[in-house]
Design a protein around this ligand. Sequence first.
Ligand SMILES: [Zn+2]
Length: 415
Amino acid sequence: MVAKSKNELVLGIDLGGTKTLVGVVDRDGRILGRGKLSTPSHQGGDAIVDVIARAAETAILESGKSFDEVAMAGIGSPGPLDIDKGMILFSANMDVVNYPIAEKLSERFGVPTVLRNDVRASCYAEWKLGAGKGMNNLLGAFVGTGLGGCLIIDGKLHVGHDGNAGEIGHIKAKPNGAKCGCGLKGCLEVYASKTGLVRRFAKARKRGVSSQLFRIWSGPDQKLKSRYLAECYKSGDSLVLEELQRAARFLGGSLGGLVNLLSPEAVILGGGVSLALGEPWLNWVRTAAKEHMLVVPEDRETILPAALGDDAGVLGAALLARESRQAGTLRRRIVIRRLIEFRVGANGKKHDSNMGAEHSEYYGSTMLDSQRIQEVQGNTSCLPFLGCERSKIGLISSIPRLSFCSDEEFCLRFT
Ligand SMILES: [Zn+2]
């Protein structure tokens, strides 16, 4: 069996309150296949994992690849999260509390899975592959149901001391303002995201204001889709126009202040609302930002539209997983489990020297080359990581004569 080359694939998962996107991403950041399903937001974590698995099957099928070629998975999710434990602590849009989604997906796919904030993942993709490619200092603002952000400072994703840096939706936009979903008052998200727009439109409706919007959107119980806003804007609906401009003023004003603070090369404006409204929205935000910027460059625009569209979340989750040291650690754990199982057996019974033949069916197609194992058991050769397998093997304490090879990340050495 040939060891897996470094062209391994990553499953990028973009988990949203409304839809779940899964992409099979290659080493060059290309999406080879996609799967998209509605998120069962109110059916708990296990139902969400089932849907992700189904979307992954579609993506794999479309890619023409197989699960055996997948080395790891990355998932971008709304938070707050405990990224070290791979856990969604809770979510405003999904009925999930303290759910260890990374572990559940690792079990399901048989590969390590890394959990990251969804907006940070999208922004990361825009930095590496999209509108911010080649820049060292960036601010990302993603406007959708909520308002998320992220920071790239001196060529690194800035996560802050607790891993949650970038929450521009929850900086103060108005003293004693309206209550935000986070529990605070006057957050920017309340004025510059769909959550804020829903509140304003609901009020206008109560006052009897007429708008085309109210023919396609029945009120706060129905999701306000970004395309409804785009449709109404395009047909010149005055309420929608007025409210969007108001939101853009709040957003632009805050972004201008953040530009003064951080001096980024660019601010990437993304998210469903920005994507649906395009240039007019971008220009309103730019105008408001410029009014608040200490220095306005004459030769270039500071605020740029995101370039990757819907793919940003999937690509970012895959990129972050690939680059995560955590993935390396998790992956080593899986390799150790396989080796322990191979040498000791699941029942703790030691195999004899012909164990390779005996277990070739079990292991042969997916993981260990028995001859190679026996070669390296001799002494100091390295055993490359050979791929994934889906059997669940319980961790059997440590194995004394096994250590990591320091030269290659995914090699193990018998000593
Ligand atoms: Zn808030």
